[in-house]
Ligand binder design. Structure first.
Ligand SMILES: [Zn+2]
Length: 109
């Protein structure tokens, strides 16, 4: 499970999954959910990166997916993590956690 957005995916660790699991998570059953960033959350975002929103919904906030924009600023704190200020193509500004945005692929323009 991605520790940032909660997406669940399959581990891609090559042949010896049992060995990989036993080494990194001794005491956990093979197949238990473990933290591995999903492809959308993998890697850092920088100012100027072109991004698109992903769906986020929690008790206080809903972000609809598919909104395009660019990272204008990053608010960072060594203890608390980062928030990303994104200027959307609609002209609105969105302050977003990492899990609600992803980098746009080249093919997405
Ligand atoms: Zn993720």
């Amino acid at each position: 499970m991605c520790p940032i957005c909660g997406a669940v995916g399959h581990l891609n660790v090559g042949g010896d999954i049992a060995g990989w699991f036993a080494e990194r998570y001794p005491g956990l059953d093979l197949g238990a959910l473990v933290p591995e960033p999903c492809p959308y959350c993998f890697g850092e975002l920088a100012i100027g990166d072109r991004v698109v929103t992903r769906r986020l919904s929690n008790d206080t906030l809903t972000i609809e997916p598919g909104q395009r924009g660019a990272v204008e600023a990053i608010r960072a704190n060594a203890d608390s993590g980062k928030l990303y200020v994104v200027v959307l193509e609609s002209g609105k500004t969105l302050t977003s956690p990492r899990g609600a945005i992803r980098k746009r692929r080249e093919s997405e323009g």
